[in-house]
Design a protein around this ligand. Structure first.
Ligand code: MN3
Length: 200
């Protein structure tokens, strides 16, 4: 069963003005679509075809670079679309809010650490909020790596991720990555992040 590009759960323009429609259209329809196509091509006819995308990531050190890049790309973007929504933002509540306070001291301190991870990831990559060893941590990965991968510096289950590749923001923000990171807080779907936290 080949992997498929998931449908975006909202319209391309739904995250404006924080993330513009053209960026979303190219990001989902071209970039993510290419990761799916290239992943399917890279695993065609091999045993890897029988694995879930999560299991592919967990054993990535034994697989080809094309699977790492495109499998990571497919997992990361599939998560990314769901943890955003129109009229999102605000703060988490319930168990997730409690866990963030207990891990970072406050929501604001978590935001500071996450924004710093996003800003200081050199070149292309992702910033993450990860359930790692039973607690919440902030990390970042290069390229299309993610915390599920056995090669990741911080291993665990990602519940929030921010794409800091230039293709994710350059049309609207050019070189101003910090402005894009600031805008991201307005589109986070905390209900989805909380649901992922619950099952992590
Ligand atoms: Mn991307």
């Amino acid at each position: 069963m080949a992997f498929e590009l998931p449908k975006l759960p909202y319209a391309y323009n739904a995250l404006e003005p924080h993330i513009d429609a053209k960026t979303m259209e190219i990001h989902h329809g071209k970039h993510h679509n290419a990761y799916v196509t290239n992943l399917n091509n890279a695993i065609a006819g091999s045993d890897t075809e029988k694995l879930s995308i999560e299991d592919i990531c967990k054993g990535i050190s034994k697989l080809a670079p094309a699977v790492r890049n495109n499998g990571g790309g497919h997992f990361n973007h599939s998560l990314f679309w769901t943890i955003m929504k129109p009229n999102g933002g605000g703060k988490p509540s319930g168990d997730l809010a409690t866990a963030i306070d207990s891990a970072f001291g406050s929501f604001e301190e978590f935001q500071k650490q996450f924004a710093n991870a996003a800003a200081t990831r050199f070149g292309s990559g992702w910033a993450w909020l990860v359930v790692s060893g039973g607690k919440l941590v902030v990390s970042s990965t290069p390229n299309q790596d993610n915390p599920l991968m056995d090669v990741a510096e911080v291993k665990g289950i990602p519940i929030l991720g921010l794409d800091v590749w230039e293709h994710a923001y350059y049309l609207n923000y050019q070189n101003r990555r910090p402005d894009y990171v600031t805008a991201f807080w307005n589109v986070i779907n905390w209900d989805e992040v909380a649901a992922r936290f619950k099952t992590a």
